[in-house]
Design a protein around this ligand. Structure first.
Ligand code: ZN
Length: 154
């Protein structure tokens, strides 16, 4: 229903009321004047400024919630990644000791020890890099999700 249709419907209902009501018939309301005065009023809403103020007011709470979400996910991710670690370390230690024993039969003991310890150090470095990548992967996932949400609303 458009604005003028609404005004006509209201005027019709008021007219019907005025026909039945003696008080309104004796002293009719200046409806035309009131309508003109109300139509001239313009409510200025600064939507951009309002949005900016609301966003500024919400920013600390959003940051707090994002931080809580991130650390919860981070804890779960690290825990899930740590669970198989003892088995992996035990398997690697067993394999390296087996390789050490096997290679020591043909190569000098010092060289074999050097190679096995170097390979072990490389494995430790790879483990450390993997665990260090967990927060980066989570941040990247959260970033991708927020971009997808922005694209969906745009
Ligand atoms: Zn009346």
């Amino acid at each position: 229903m458009s604005e003028s249709e609404l005004q006509r419907a209201l005027a019709r209902r008021l007219g019907e009321h005025a026909e039945e009501c003696g008080e309104c018939r004796a002293a009719p309301l200046p409806l035309g004047e009131l309508s003109r005065v109300l139509a001239r009023q313009v409510v200025v809403v600064d939507a951009v400024g309002l949005s900016r103020r609301v966003a500024a007011a919400l920013r600390p709470e959003l940051a707090r919630l994002a931080s809580v979400w991130f650390w919860r996910r981070f804890g779960r991710g690290v825990l899930a990644a740590l669970l198989p670690l003892p088995a992996i370390v035990a398997l690697d230690a067993w394999l390296l000791s087996f390789v050490h024993e096997w290679a020591a039969a043909w190569l000098p003991e010092a060289l074999v020890t050097y190679l096995v310890v170097s390979y072990g150090a490389l494995l430790v470095l790879l483990f450390a890099a993997t665990y260090a990548a967990i927060p980066l992967a989570l941040a990247r996932e959260a970033w991708g999700r927020s971009v997808a949400r922005l694209e969906a609303t745009a």
